[in-house]
Design a protein around this ligand. Structure first.
Ligand code: PAP
Length: 336
């Protein structure tokens, strides 16, 4: 009698590990490895932790990406507000080309990850536009790469870097939820205790979290015209002020007329969690590159959700780590 055999469902692209080149697999075998937050393993490359699926793209962009003087690169630790700031940046920088009052503004039909690509999420040399030459100027990109691992041309040109930082407590909670949602394909989740331990030991994607933040923080002090450093919590608290500062840093300040016409307010409204998370593309769309559902990038969008998850012991442990890692830097994270 024939038995009916069902083959396991094909995993989404973000979980596929078999499309790595032989050369890359060989290289990975020489690196320290640790349990990954989503797939099988993450590897320590140039002092930071990165998933095997991404590493090929990281190396390719380091070798091949050619920055232009007018480029703008948004940098974040994962889950620090990347999707939000990509939207704000796109709306801000392209406001002459796409009026923020336009009925068919690109942000209404596309997720900001499709408008502002991650440098390391594509394999160069494929059939895509190799040097992003079809992009209009100024070109907008993003990356999670630590400062010392950026493609050299980013440092050698007048490319501007916008760094968004978030309270590590909330970044951790956001990351834990996000990676567990992606893991559902395996029908298992990672416990908060296990991932918290990895996070505190610096083993999170692109971590250690603190090294990532501190390197850009120092650069922003040394080169304030090159690196603009600000916090998710600051945008939440003073959105108008922070957006205007960002516009000044990018040398595209708002005119009085724009302010009077409500352009600043409309950009903030357009990019608000409430507006973006309710758009069709963000409710039902997914990334063509990774197949991750866009709705996963909109969870709560709040400051202080960590308090709903941390035990007293977790709080004390992370306070201690934060104190140790950031002491003397001048950087402060609120407990709110
Ligand atoms: P990424 O680094 O993987 O691209 P990222 O966009 O930084 O992810 O993380 C998503 C977080 O930003 C989520 O936080 P939460 O889990 O604490 O809720 C998400 O809700 C939040 N977020 C997304 N869009 C907005 C927005 N428009 N305003 C405020 N927060 C937002």
């Amino acid at each position: 009698m024939a038995t009916s055999q069902t083959s396991p469902p094909i995993p989404p692209k973000y979980l596929q590990e078999d499309d790595l080149s032989e050369e890359c697999k060989k290289f990975l075998s020489t690196l320290p490895k640790e349990k990954a937050w989503i797939g099988s393993y993450m590897y320590n490359y140039q002092g930071f932790w990165v998933a095997d699926r991404i590493i090929q793209g990281v190396i390719a962009c380091q070798q091949q990406f050619q920055a232009h003087d007018s480029d703008i690169i948004l940098v974040t630790n994962p889950k620090s507000g990347t999707t939000w700031l990509k939207s704000l940046l796109f709306a801000l920088v392209n406001r002459k080309k796409h009026s923020i009052f336009e009925q068919n503004h690109p942000l209404l039909v596309k997720n900001s990850h499709d408008l502002v690509p991650f440098l390391e999420h594509r394999i160069y040399g494929d059939d895509h536009d190799r040097n992003y030459s079809s992009f209009t100027l100024p070109r907008l990109f993003s990356t999670h790469l630590p400062f010392t691992s950026l493609p050299k041309s980013v440092q050698d040109t007048s490319t501007k870097i916008v760094y968004l930082c978030r309270n590590p407590r909330d970044s951790f909670i956001s990351l834990w939820h996000f990676t567990n949602s992606l893991r559902l394909h395996y029908k298992d989740t990672n416990s908060i205790e296990e991932m918290f331990d990895l996070f505190c030991r610096g083993m999170s994607p692109y971590g250690p979290f603190w090294n990532h933040v501190l390197d850009y923080w120092k650069q922003s002090i040394e080169k304030p015209n090159k690196v603009h450093f600000f916090m998710y919590e600051e945008i939440k608290a003073q959105p108008k002020l922070q957006l205007k500062r960002l516009a000044e840093f990018l040398e595209c300040p708002f005119s009085l007329e724009e302010e009077n016409c409500g352009v600043v307010d409309e950009i903030l409204r357009m990019c608000s969690f409430e507006n973006l998370s309710n758009l069709e593309v963000n409710k039902n769309g997914k990334s063509s590159l990774s197949e991750a559902e866009y709705k996963l990038f909109f969870r709560k969008g709040k400051v202080g959700d960590w308090k709903n998850h941390f035990t007293k012991e977790m709080s004390e442990k992370l306070n201690h780590v934060i104190e140790q890692q950031f002491q003397g830097s001048g950087l402060r994270f609120s407990y709110i």
